[in-house]
Design a protein around this ligand. Structure first.
Ligand SMILES: *[C@@H]1O[C@H](CO)[C@@H](O)[C@H](O)[C@H]1NC(C)=O
Ligand SMILES: *[C@@H]1O[C@H](CO)[C@@H](O)[C@H](O)[C@H]1NC(C)=O
Length: 454
């Protein structure tokens, strides 16, 4: 017990807990599902029973019973409970029929119903850095023992003998099964730390920022995601102002994934360069024709320079890293950049720059989940400021263009952004989690995915 205790405690002691960029809260629903499916998929009890039933050289015969065989393992019922500060208490109730030749000579069938209990410590694997369960103190409790022999043929002494023999034999037979199930569950964390691509621009990798903790009603795993550009540069998450916390109000036993606004900001920073575009279309949605003639409506001088209407070329550049913010029920993407409008020229000649505006605007974000990705779609929330950075034609009042630029951003630029965002942001891949039924809530500084199992 001691080395394990140290593992757990040392993790806590060394942990000046790093600010997590994401957080997983796993309730009993997920843990039950995981352990149950590990049990089913691994067929571990059946395997164990089959193994135990095999004759092996060197295996000590059980005194009084020969030709020992195990058959008909009952479907195990698993009961889990959280042990605060420790992990999970696991009870597997099952049963089996053991056949053999009794010391009295006849064929004997023993129906054993038993509970296998163990404490599964939740630790952080030193090698992989991933969550890891390790079981301790496995015990087999006989719930009932029945034989095919009439009870009057089983005096107390025999009963006692069976009981003690089974007590000696069963732990060695059944406890490895508990360990094997845990190995199975532990393996299901392996993909968490695998870098996942965000289009061609970079990767996101989730890792633990501290040893997972257990309370009376959930396991909490703090994640510190690493957002890395294709060229290798890591985008640091800015320090969050407040701790990431699951808000009140989620059902007891339910599970949530929280993604902080700072983490989403880092992920969108990965895409910043793709937000720079040059748009040359004359006809865009409901917008007036993108020509110098339309522009002349705001800047009369343009009509003098271009008596013949010329198509406009608009270049938008995002000069500062995008920023995601969240208030209850609303999330915004803040963008700061420049809009340069130029008049196109014939053939391969470069367009002539007319002016550059500095622009600050917000897009409203709508989140959804598609497969293992968080999908983001935006629409214009507000144009916050518009200032003239330079003008090649003449000074003009850019404020008069507010409506024109707002419409332009919504009709021409937002579709470009939404197109870029279609790559989706990878969600943590752990325990084979399927996100498609999760419900999304925007809370203070974070997005909550309320995880729903199939
Ligand atoms: C066996 O486990 C079941 C389910 O957890 C429990 O209800 C029962 O009391 C246990 N029996 C014994 C003898 O421990
Ligand atoms: C890890 O990811 C691979 C590739 O998507 C998948 O085939 C495998 O089943 C995953 N492993 C686990 C343990 O979820």
């Amino acid at each position: 017990m001691l080395p394990i205790l140290c593992l757990a405690l040392c993790g806590l002691l060394t942990g000046t807990r790093a600010d997590p960029g994401a957080l997983l809260r796993l309730g009993m629903d997920v843990m039950n599902h995981e352990v149950q499916s590990a049990m089913d998929e691994s067929h571990i009890l059946e395997k164990t029973a089959a193994e135990a039933g095999k004759k092996r050289p060197g295996m000590k015969p059980i005194k009084g019973i020969t030709d020992l065989k195990v058959k008909d393992v009952l479907l195990p019922v698993i009961t889990l409970s959280f042990v605060p500060g420790v992990g999970i208490f696991q009870c597997v109730s099952t049963g089996m029929t053991i056949t053999g030749k009794s010391f009295m000579g006849g064929n004997m069938e023993i129906l054993v119903v038993l509970n296998i209990t163990a404490t599964n410590w939740l630790l952080q694997d030193e090698e992989t850095g991933l969550p890891m369960f390790k079981s301790e103190g496995c015990e087999v409790i006989l719930v009932s023992v029945k034989t095919n022999l009439p009870s009057n043929m089983l005096p107390k002494v025999v009963n006692k003998f069976l009981d003690s023999t089974l007590h000696k034999v069963l732990p060695g037979m059944m406890c490895p099964a508990v360990d094997a199930v845990l190995v199975y569950v532990n393996k299901k964390w392996a993909n968490l730390s695998v870098p996942m691509p965000v289009g061609q621009v970079g990767t996101v990798k989730y890792g633990l920022s501290s040893t997972p903790t257990t309370t009376a009603s959930y396991i909490q795993v703090d994640l510190s995601p690493v957002v890395q550009q294709q060229e290798g540069h890591i985008i640091k998450l800015s320090d969050a102002k407040e701790d990431l916390e699951v808000p009140e109000g989620y059902a007891e036993g339910s599970s949530q994934l929280l993604l902080s606004a700072t983490f989403l900001t880092a992920e969108l920073t990965l895409l910043q360069k793709s937000f720079d575009v040059k748009i040359r279309d004359m006809k865009i949605g409901k917008l007036p024709p993108q020509t110098t003639e339309t522009l002349a409506g705001f800047i009369p001088k343009v009509a003098e320079v271009y008596p013949e209407p010329k198509p406009l070329v608009t270049q938008i550049k995002i000069n500062k890293p995008p920023r995601v913010t969240m208030k209850t029920g609303k999330s915004l993407l803040h963008l700061h950049g420049t809009i340069e409008m130029s008049a196109a020229r014939r053939r391969s000649k470069a367009p002539v720059s007319l002016f550059i505006l500095e622009v600050l605007f917000n897009l409203k974000i709508q989140y959804s989940v598609h497969g293992d990705r968080l999908q983001i779609a935006t629409s214009l929330d507000r144009l916050l400021s518009l200032t003239q950075k330079s003008s090649k034609i003449c000074a003009f009042d850019e404020q008069e263009m507010t409506g024109f630029i707002s419409d332009y951003l919504q009709e021409a630029y937002v579709p470009v952004i939404n197109d870029v965002l279609q790559v989706g942001l990878p969600l943590p891949d752990f325990l084979g989690m399927n996100y498609h039924r999760s419900e999304l809530d925007i809370v203070e500084s974070a997005l909550v995915l309320n995880l729903k199992l199939e």
